[in-house]
Structure formats: C-alpha cells, structure tokens
Design a binder for this molecule. Sequence first.
Ligand code: F0G
Length: 362
Amino acid sequence: MGEGVLKRYADFLDINSSTPVITMGEGGTPLVRPRSLEKKIGCGELYFKLEGCNPTGSFKDRGMVLAVAKALEMGSTAIMCASTGNTSASAAAYGAYCGLTTVVLIPKGEVAKGKMAQAMSYSPKIMAIEGNFDDALKMARLLAGKHSVTLVNSVNPYRLEGQKTAAFEIVDELGDAPDYLFIPVGNAGNISAYWKGFSEYHSLTLTSGTPKMMGFQAEGAAPIVTGIPVDNPSTVASAIRIGNPASWEKALIARDQSGGIIGMVSDEEILSSYKLLSQEEGIFGEPASAASVAGLVRMAHNGMVFADKRVVCIITGSGLKDPDLAVDQSTQDIYHMPLDASAIEKTLNDILKSSDKVSRWI
Ligand code: F0G
C-alpha cells in the first residue's frame, strides 16, 4: 500500500509515458464499520470512509496529485487556487514536494486554524482576500487565465478525475457499489467526482448498480437546495461556506441520474453529528465532514428506512483541521491536579465509580 492513486488507478486516469507518477501516499483510506451508530441509525451496513487519513488530512490530495502531475507534464512551474483551507493545504504540500511556486487565495479570517498552520508551514504565497470563497475563486479563475500559472481548483478537470478514485476504492473493498453514499457538498466537486467514479465502474460492469448520491449542504450555505446563489454564506462548517458552487450543474446531474437528493442540515445538526462521531466512534472529523452523517441521521429520523441497505458516509477531513471549534464545543471537565498521588488516586476512584460506560465487547 501507499503506492498512491496514480499508480493504483493508472488505467482509469489520463496518464501517459510523459506523466510523472508522483505520490505522497494519498488514497487507500480506511473504510470503517461503526460499532454503535450502525445500530442506532438502523442501517443494514454502515461504513465511514476516513478521507482525513490522506497526507494533508483531507480528500483533496486525491485530485491534487493528478492536477499537479499534469501541470508538471505540461511544463508548468506555478500552481494557484482559491480555498476554504483544505485545497490550499493540499496544493501547498504537493507544490512543496514538486518544487513549484504555489499561490493560494483564501477568504480573510474564514479559514480554520489547522489549515492556516498547514498553509504557513508548507510556505506557499498566501493572499488573504477581503471577500468570501466565491470571490476568491472568481479572482483565481480570472488571473490564472491571464498568467502562466496552473489553476488547481476543482474546475481543473484533473482534480475530479483524481477524486473519483475514492469511489473505486469503496467498490474494490466492498465488492460492489453501496446503496447510498452520503457526502457533504460545498463547491460540489467531490459529489460529482464520486458519481463519475461509480458510473465508470458500472459501465464496465464492475458493479451491479450505482448508489443514490445523498449530498448535504449547510443550511446557511445551501444554494443548490434553494436554487439561488447565496451572497453571504454562513455556517460553522467553514470548509463548505460556499454560496455559488463551481460544479453546481454536475452535482444536479449526479443527484438526478443516481436518484438521490441534495438536502441541507442545520449547524446544530452538524455539531451534534460531529460530537456523535467522536464520542461514539472515536472518529474525529472536521465539522463539514459531519454534514454527511447529519444528513443520514436526518433522513432516518424522517422515516427513510436503511434496514437492509449498505450505506457509506464520507468523512472528508480530519478534526485536527479546526482545533478552535473542537475546544469551543467541548463540555469536557478537566481536573486540575496537584502533583500528589493521593489526590490523583481519589479523583481516579471518583471517575471509576461514576462512569456510565458499557463495553461494546461484552
Ligand atoms: N469537506 C471538506 C473537509 C472540504 O474541505 C470541502 C471543500 C468539502 C467537504 C466539500 O467538497 O467543495 O467538493 O463539494 N473544500 C474546498 C476547499 C472548497 O477549498 O478546501 P466540495
């Protein structure tokens, strides 16, 4: 393993003898079966695909590796993107790995601290724009067209090509396509990429069917649900704080061809699923990732039956991306202790006596 998506899925990607087969170990992410939530939600089978296990902590690396390989193949020496944080971290990492000048445009004050830390560590040129993500993407598209720099946002077709490998991995591991795929939607590239992956495998008769694509936006940033672009998108899930998705049309095609939906969940539901994931399953995803689980919880609550279904939720990024939110949301007591064995022992006894945990292995 660790061979990377370009090598593993070379036959399905636009790779030729001049394409550098680079890798930082992206792809091959775990598909984990939850011990508690599968029963609680009432799914026949439930899986979480942990895309936070990619090299820079999000699914972006799958598409970035191909976009950067193709940029190198074409002789480009500079890449650029606009980002709510994860794309910029991924571009900057692959840019550093390949010796490319990397320019990232981010909405000022809107990027979570973990993503800022990454961007600053990989040392790209960072422009913090006075505007939102949609404004930054508009600028990046405008300027990339005029200068010799490769745009590596998901409007670059190689990004979606690379990202479709996650759908291949799910099928390769489960032996068939799932019945439902729940996924957060921001700029709408990822849902489009998964649909492309599932459709391609199906057209090669590698699956018996295709999943219903269940995309979820945040209520304050749900243009695809309402049908109207949002001027000032707002949500606690900063990764999907997007008002005018670039792949809007493609997402509608994924929804309609698959027989799925694009719905929305409130910040309250996102945060509740964010906590459920970490506290019940030990999975620390970032808030945007929890929108997929929140969507599933909402559908089950509304009476949709998953009892004999195989469901996959995409956990798109690591919880470490947004440490401020994790700390703010925690209601965890911290026992401040002196360095004194008897005081620590007394507290330990109190904890053990009051614990209401029940082992799932008994
Ligand atoms: N989850 C996470 C963690 C993301 O970072 C993003 C998008 C999404 C979900 C939504 O995916 O845009 O393909 O629909 N992040 C982009 C960025 C916009 O700039 O990092 P999408």
